[in-house]
Write a protein that binds this ligand. Structure first.
Ligand code: NAP
Length: 679
């Protein structure tokens, strides 16, 4: 008997009290492992996450969490051989395994990078600008995101045992949540190995990652209002979870990624000779055969102009005929096995349903030639292409979660969009066209029904990541039938796990709460110029109020001549006078900003290393010749970098004129050394 998979719970590995049930190799039918959660204390797991893991993760800043994620990804990527070997047992070819394993590691790297670049080195995130709520500015509002003191439970489908776990773990961990992973049993042995390697590395704080191998029965009963469940799987199981009392009455946040009848639309502009025709055909064939079509993003509905449908069917069929099916470990094999014989039965049943309104034009669901494998022992299946009759309903309802796609035809673009919408909400749709009008019309028609849309043509094909690849930086999830979940999407995927609250207070209180300087709160001016202070010495609210400078006509003429910016408003008195906004010669906005720098700068070498940009620059009032300007610069946010001996300082800059009116506002971004040079 093979090994019984263990769960990682409460800080140790747990072995079920019974023998468990066998998990079979998708290609050979041999037993790979056994699985059971009998005797596992799910309540203690949730407590451990809440009381040990959660506090430990939340004690770290976003940058520290990102650093740990990067270390985990590096650790996992250092030795992938055993993972690839196990992945082959799920039926995955080398290419399929890359999508799952390397794709998973890449997602963690991406989140680590985004966490460092786009989140503060702090534990809260400010959302949007401060809202002035009273007349004088003493009462303001600010939205902030905080970490929930709960647990993120993930319940995953069998098809991506590595990526599926990591794409959920990374944003949850960054958000400060401990995770309990419940992999689909069929391929849990691969997830278990990855979790084991993460735990062995000791990189993540104890309790931040636990693993539940086997039945999760009773798990949702333990969850409450600060907890979330991210489910990926069938619409049927999703519906069961939606009706759980903890979700209905207990406030558990449930995200669902379920069945999705994704479509790809061939534009009416495309002829057989166009490169877009081949791109379309290649896209459909790839999505049908990668992971043997067991991808939530695969193209289930191939929507083409009726006038070209015969050619499309012929071309796809010709390409499918070249796909070798068999032993996923054999490099000559293009398509491996489905995850299990049971899964193959499900797909065959679904094909049978599709045949209610479509005919098979390629493949036989009950027969396939296999290379280097036993066709009966493994869950092998031929790719199946169907062609729907007019008015077909099944292709819009039935998800065959395997190498299956159905061709549907349209007459007008509206009809094409209407067919796509009949999927009732999908993860991804694509349109292959070289016509910008078609691209706009189809994209706008598809967008309300889709989480992601790929517009493919000869221009982007070379770099396109394809229809079926969710990307860590882009939203993954879709409306309606696809579940309404929204995983990934860069920092959106992190904030999704956090609570957004509107905080109403005085500016000083908000500055104290957020540790970021809020307009209207105290500004500290002392005799030391803030540019002479190291990062360790600088304080939020440190301010310099500059002396003033009169902007002369000669300054404006010099700047115009020097930079070449001789726009009439700066050089032609008559034309400038006729301008309804200026009524005469005005200084260049960039001259004002440059003069402001001259007013606030402290020129000698010191801790300020560089100015790396400005944000939110606005020119509010024109500056005329002989106007006098001054600038106030205040430390708004200090972000030490964990991996460098400097950090970022964001300064609030307000340039005012002689009347005290703001003429320009912006954030100055600098890099400042953590300690004084030579200190
Ligand atoms: P499934 O049968 O719904 O199982 C999914 C997960 O739910 C598994 O971990 C399963 O555990 C668990 N589960 C089953 N019953 C449960 C219950 N009553 N309470 C809590 N957890 C329960 O789906 P599947 O067959 O594994 O996956 C195929 C489906 O997933 C397809 O329909 C596909 O469209 C969908 N999918 C969607 C996406 C997406 O992002 N939208 C991605 C991949 C797959 P056990 O394995 O232990 O039963």
């Amino acid at each position: 008997m093979s090994a019984l998979l263990e769960s990682y719970a409460g800080g140790s590995w747990f072995r079920a009290s019974d023998g468990g049930r066998p998990l079979l190799d998708a290609a050979t039918g041999e037993e790979v492992a056994r699985i059971s959660s009998t005797g596992l204390d799910l309540s203690a797991m949730v407590d451990h996450a809440r009381n040990v893991g959660g506090p430990a993760v939340r004690a770290l800043t976003f940058h520290e969490r990102a650093g740990l994620l990067k270390a985990v990804a590096k650790h996992l990527a250092a030795d992938k051989d055993e993972l690839y070997a196990l992945s082959a047992r799920t039926g995955a070819t080398l290419r399929d395994s890359q999508v799952d394993i390397d794709g998973g590691f890449g997602t963690v790297f991406s989140y680590a990078g985004k966490g460092t670049r786009e989140l503060p080195n702090d534990t809260i995130v400010l959302d949007g600008a401060t809202e002035q709520l009273g007349r004088s500015g003493s009462f303001v509002g600010q939205h902030i995101y905080t970490s929930r003191p709960g647990v993120a439970v993930q319940i995953n489908a069998f098809n991506f045992p590595v990526w599926g776990m990591l794409e959920k773990l990374a944003p949850a961990f960054l958000a400060g949540l401990p995770t309990i992973v419940k992999p689909a049993s069929q391929t849990a042995y691969l997830t278990e190995r990855v979790v084991r390697r993460i735990i062995e590395s000791g990189l993540l704080p104890e309790g931040s990652l636990q693993l539940l191998c086997g039945s999760p029965e009773g798990l949702l009963d333990q969850l409450g209002a600060q907890d979330s469940v991210a489910f990926t799987g069938s619409a049927g199981t999703g519906a069961v979870l939606r009706q759980h009392p903890s979700v209905l009455y207990g406030g558990v946040q449930l995200g669902i990624e379920a069945d999705s009848l994704n479509c790809s639309i061939l534009g009416p502009d495309v002829t057989v000779e166009d490169p877009e025709f081949d791109l379309f055909v290649e896209g459909v064939v790839t999505e049908m055969t990668v992971k043997a079509g067991q991808k939530c993003t695969a193209i289930r509905r191939t929507i083409v102009p009726a006038v070209i449908a015969d050619e499309v069917v012929r071309a796809i069929s010709a390409r499918l005929a070249t796909i070798t099916v068999g032993n996923p470990g054999n490099p000559d094999v293009r398509m491996g096995a489905l995850a299990s014989l049971g899964q193959r039965d499900e797909v065959r049943k679904a094909v049978q349903s599709l045949r209610g309104s479509a005919e098979i034009v390629f493949g036989d669901p009950d027969r396939v030639d296999v290379v280097d494998a036993d066709a009966e022992a493994g869950a092998f299946m031929s790719p199946i292409l169907l062609r729907a009759s007019a008015g077909a309903t099944e292709p819009h309802d039935v998800e065959a979660f395997g190498p299956v796609s159905t061709v549907l035809t349209y007459g007008s673009l509206d009809e094409a969009v209407g067919l796509a919408a009949r999927g009732e909400g999908s993860l991804v749709g694509s349109v292959v066209t070289h016509d910008p009008e078609v691209a706009r019309s189809v994209t706008l028609g598809l967008a309300p029904w889709h989480g992601r849309i790929l517009v493919l043509d000869r221009e982007d094909a070379g770099e396109s990541t394809g229809h079926g690849s969710p990307l860590p930086t882009l939203v993954h999830g879709g409306p309606g039938r696809a579940g309404g979940g929204e995983e990934l999407g860069g920092i959106r995927g992190v904030l999704h796990h956090m609570q957004r609250s509107a905080i109403q207070a005085s500016p000083d209180m908000l500055t104290a709460i957020t540790r970021q300087w809020i307009k209207g709160s105290l500004q500290h001016v002392d005799e030391v110029h803030p540019f002479r202070k190291s990062l360790a010495e600088l304080r939020v609210g440190d301010t310099i109020r500059s002396g003033s400078r009169t902007v002369t006509l000669a300054d404006i003429e010099h700047f115009a001549e020097f930079t070449g910016d001789t726009f009439y408003a700066h050089t032609d008195a008559a034309a400038a006078a006729a301008n309804p906004l200026f009524g005469g010669i005005v200084a260049h906005g960039y001259l004002v900003v440059s003069l402001a720098a001259g007013l606030f700068v402290e020129p000698s070498p010191g801790p300020v290393l560089a100015n790396f940009g400005v944000d939110n620059l606005r020119f509010l009032t024109p500056v005329k010749a002989e106007d006098t300007i001054a600038v106030t610069l205040t430390v708004k946010q200090i972000t030490p970098r964990n991996s460098a001996d400097y950090g970022e300082v964001r300064w609030d800059a307000v340039v005012t004129n002689g009347a005290g009116e703001p003429v320009a506002t912006y954030d100055v971004l600098t890099l400042v050394a953590k300690t004084l040079p030579g200190a």
